[in-house]
Design a protein around this ligand. Structure first.
Ligand SMILES: *[C@@H]1O[C@H](CO)[C@@H](O)[C@H](O)[C@H]1NC(C)=O
Ligand SMILES: *[C@@H]1O[C@H](CO)[C@@H](O)[C@H](O)[C@H]1NC(C)=O
Ligand SMILES: *[C@@H]1O[C@H](CO)[C@@H](O)[C@H](O)[C@H]1NC(C)=O
Ligand SMILES: *[C@@H]1O[C@H](CO)[C@@H](O)[C@H](O)[C@H]1NC(C)=O
Ligand SMILES: *[C@@H]1O[C@H](CO)[C@@H](O)[C@H](O)[C@H]1NC(C)=O
Ligand SMILES: *[C@@H]1O[C@H](CO)[C@@H](O)[C@H](O)[C@H]1NC(C)=O
Length: 444
């Protein structure tokens, strides 16, 4: 990391000489909303279900590590260095940057704030499917001064000739550095594009890590630099299809984000639970989880297992679009494991590698018997999430075992996207709560 920062300073004059001054930008009206397509990062690459699963579990594992070390960071610089790993996003959002618009896909991340893309001239870039964004060929690009409020919102701003320079570190494997600038962005889908001027973003000339077939990231966190905050969006929602489904997922932003309780009346009422703020990690969406039921029995998990530690900001429960499987704090995981072992009438499979899921059952030999699985429900303050079977059990392709799609965490808990597939999930930032309702995401 230190060597990257040193290289950055040497290259600054070169990098800045390529920047052009901003021209005029049209004023975008707000009242505002759009829908966008979300594509899973591994879509279209020809992976088998088993490979998809193994890749997703591996990504989740390194993400949980990054999120946990972030809470215990001693200061802003350390936090900046270990921010959520860029390579751990799961969904790509289609969007466009500049005037004229250049279309690309960025990793959607509810766990970070910055919007950034790789920019020409590239000092160091990673592979991406679209050309690097060239600010010299956009009439709406305007670099920001060091005194701009957005520069002040960075974890660790640098100033060079009164231009704001950002550097963002995501875990050990990915980082980006470059100029903080305003640009016009275009969001939506074919037919309903909306254009918004003057969104602050990172124009990255020095990038490392993997973007998993995206061309940047778009932060949906709660901090001032995120897309949600910059657009003053009162709410957004998404409906994720199963990550093994070829059908893309949907994002609804602003006015488009509403839960359709009428069209899904057979799935019960909309459930809502307040967000809680963790002062140590204000970007993340924390939930007040209050319990877990397996097979209708509420487990005796102490509330403190899910609570944020007020002393150092560790612990707590995050909902996160960028993790696949759910991580439960060890005491909660152990009780879920015990309850499944007691209630599933199948032999527990031995864990052979530390990378394996650890609540797995041997599938009965042929002729296959019908196995019944206990129901699983997550309880939150004011809301119950009744999980469909396919959101918590999966077949491990390498062993053929039937596994619980969860793993233990030695710090906080993370509700991953595998568990909220086929739920329409609404983040109501204006009223600070999360709502959800089961929905056939491949149909809407
Ligand atoms: C990017 O997508 C292509 C084709 O869709 C695939 O072959 C490749 O493995 C993907 N790369 C990464 C890093 O996911
Ligand atoms: C928009 O439509 C064009 C032509 O039909 C297609 O090639 C492109 O992939 C579409 N883009 C999106 C984001 O749906
Ligand atoms: C960048 O955008 C913000 C928000 O619209 C605006 O206040 C600021 O003047 C812009 N700065 C430049 C240099 O265009
Ligand atoms: C809401 O319901 C209407 C009518 O049933 C449907 O056309 C629309 O696609 C639904 N939208 C969402 C986001 O579920
Ligand atoms: C698990 O491993 C133990 C000890 O190696 C062995 O005795 C037991 O039969 C194994 N269980 C299964 C289900 O394979
Ligand atoms: C979490 O919910 C419980 C039960 O409603 C409540 O007693 C507790 O105060 C809540 N905790 C926070 C931090 O809001």
């Amino acid at each position: 990391m230190a060597s990257i920062a040193a290289v950055l300073l040497v290259l600054l004059p070169l990098l800045l000489s390529a920047a052009v001054a901003g021209a005029t930008h049209p004023d975008g009206g707000f009242g505002f909303g759009f829908q966008a397509t979300l594509t899973h990062v591994d879509a279209g690459a020809g992976y088998t279900d088993a490979q998809l699963l193994a890749r997703a579990v591996r990504r989740s594992r390194s993400r949980v590590g990054a999120l946990q070390s972030l809470a215990t960071a001693a200061d802003a610089l350390t936090a900046a260095r270990i921010l959520v790993q860029a390579s751990q996003g799961e969904y790509l959002m289609s969007m466009a940057i500049g005037t004229p618009p250049r279309y690309y896909s960025a990793i959607l991340d509810t766990g970070s704030d910055l919007i950034w893309t790789q920019c020409a001239p590239c000092m160091l870039c990673v592979d991406q499917p679209t050309p690097y964004f060239d600010p010299a060929r956009s009439s709406s690009y305007a670099k920001l001064s060091c005194s701009s409020p957005m520069c002040g919102a960075l974890y660790y701003p640098l100033c060079y000739q009164n231009t704001c320079v950002y550097q963002y570190f995501y875990g050990d494997s990915a980082n980006t550095a470059g100029v903080l600038a305003n640009e016009t962005f275009t969001f939506g889908t074919n037919g309903t594009w909306v254009t918004v001027p003057r969104i602050a973003f990172g124009c990255g000339n020095l990038n490392a890590g993997s973007l998993f077939n995206g061309s940047g990231m778009v932060g949906f966190g709660r901090g001032p630099l995120s897309l949600v905050s910059q657009l003053g969006a009162p709410r957004f929602s998404y409906c994720l299809t199963s990550f093994m489904s070829p059908v893309p997922s949907r994002l609804y932003f602003g006015a488009y984000a509403t839960l359709n309780s009428t069209s899904t009346s057979d799935s019960g009422p909309v459930q809502s639970t307040p967000f809680i703020i963790n002062p140590a990690l204000p970007t993340m969406y924390y939930l007040n989880m209050t319990g877990i039921s397996v097979g209708g029995d509420r487990l005796a998990v102490k509330l403190s297992v899910f609570a944020i530690n007020e002393e150092d900001g560790t612990g707590g429960v995050i909902i996160d679009s960028g993790s696949t499987i759910t991580y439960l704090a060890q005491p909660a995981y152990d009780m879920v494991h015990e309850a499944f072992v007691a209630q599933v009438g199948l032999p527990l499979a031995n864990v052979t590698s530390p990378d394996d899921l650890s609540t797995c059952f041997k599938w009965p030999p042929p002729p296959k018997r019908v196995v019944s699985m206990p129901e699983l429900m997550f309880h939150f303050d004011g809301a119950d999430m009744d999980l469909p079977l396919e959101n918590y059990m999966l077949i491990d392709g390498s062993t053929g075992n039937l596994c619980l799609a969860m793993a233990p965490s030695n710090d906080g808990s993370i509700i991953g996207s595998f568990q909220h597939a086929n739920f329409h999930v609404l983040y109501d930032n204006e009223n600070s709560f999360l709502s959800f309702i089961p929905a056939p995401c491949n149909l809407i």
